[in-house]
Design a binder for this molecule. Structure first.
Ligand code: E4P
Length: 217
C-alpha cells in the first residue's frame, strides 16, 4: 500500500517525506485555504513547491464544475509538473472530463466518492485513482472501510486498473483497516501516520535495553 500525506502544509510534507516512506500528496481546496494561500499565482506556486519536496503524485483539485471549465483548469494544473494528478469531483461533467483527461494522457483522482456505483463509473472513465471518503462515511454512522473492501473487490473481479485511494482518514486504526481491506493507497494527515510508530511495549522494552546497556560500562 502506498502512503500519501493529506495536507498542503509544507513543513508536515517535509517531515513525512524525511521518514522515507512517503509516496505522494493529496490536497483539496479546504486544505489549501487552511494554509492561507490566496490568488491563482500563489496557488500554482504552492503546488510546485509541493512537487519539489516529494517525488510522487500530487493531487491538485479543480474548482470548476462544468465540463469545459474542468478541462481548461485541469490542463493548466497538469502542465505545472509531471507529478500533478488532476483531482475531479464525482459529478456528471467530472466523469466526462476524467474520460477526456484519460484519453489525453493526464492522470486523475476522482474525489468525493461515497458509493460502489460511483467508484465503478470513475473506473470506467479511466481515473488513475478513486477517493472514497471513509472518515466522512463513519461520521454519518456507516462503515467507511467496508466501502474500501467492496470497491477493491469489484475492481479486482472486473480487472479495473483504477487505484483505490482511501481518503478522509481520521486515525491510525483506519490506516491498518484500509491496508487489510485492499486499499492501493492511503492518504492521511501526519498524526495517524506517526501513530503507526507507537506501542507502549516498544517504549518499555527500549527503556530496559538502554538501562541494561549501561551495565556494559
Ligand atoms: C483527500 O483527498 C480528501 O480531500 C480528504 O482526505 C478529505 O478529508 P476530510 O474528510 O478529513 O476533510
Amino acid at each position: 500500500m502506498k502512503f500519501f500525506i493529506d495536507t498542503a502544509n509544507l513543513d508536515q510534507i517535509k517531515e513525512a517525506n524525511d521518514l522515507g516512506i512517503l509516496d505522494g500528496v493529496t490536497t483539496n481546496p479546504s486544505l489549501m485555504a487552511k494554509e492561507g494561500i490566496k490568488g491563482q499565482e500563489a496557488i500554482m506556486k504552492h503546488y510546485l513547491d509541493i512537487c519539489e519536496i516529494v517525488n510522487g503524485d500530487v493531487s491538485a483539485e479543480v474548482v470548476s464544475t462544468d465540463y469545459e471549465g474542468i478541462i481548461e483548469e485541469g490542463k493548466k494544473l497538469a502542465a505545472l509538473h509531471p507529478n500533478i494528478v488532476v483531482k475531479v469531483p464525482m459529478i456528471k461533467d467530472g466523469i466526462k472530463a476524467i474520460k477526456w483527461f484519460t484519453d489525453n494522457g493526464i492522470k486523475t483522482n476522482c474525489t468525493l466518492v461515497f458509493s460502489a456505483g460511483q467508484a465503478i463509473l470513475a473506473a470506467k472513465a479511466g481515473a488513475t485513482y478513486v477517493s472514497p471518503f471513509i472518515g466522512r462515511i463513519d461520521d454519518s454512522g456507516w462503515d467507511g472501510v467496508q466501502l474500501i473492501e467492496q470497491i477493491a473487490h469489484i475492481y479486482n473481479v472486473q480487472g479495473f486498473k483504477t487505484q483505490v485511494l482511501a481518503a478522509s482518514i481520521r486515525n491510525t486504526n483506519h490506516i491498518i483497516r484500509c491496508a487489510e481491506a485492499g486499499a492501493d493507497v492511503c492518504t492521511c494527515p501526519l498524526e495517524p501516520i506517526l501513530g503507526l510508530l507507537k506501542h507502549p511495549l516498544t517504549d518499555i522494552g527500549l527503556a530496559k535495553f538502554l538501562e541494561d546497556a549501561k551495565k556494559w560500562q
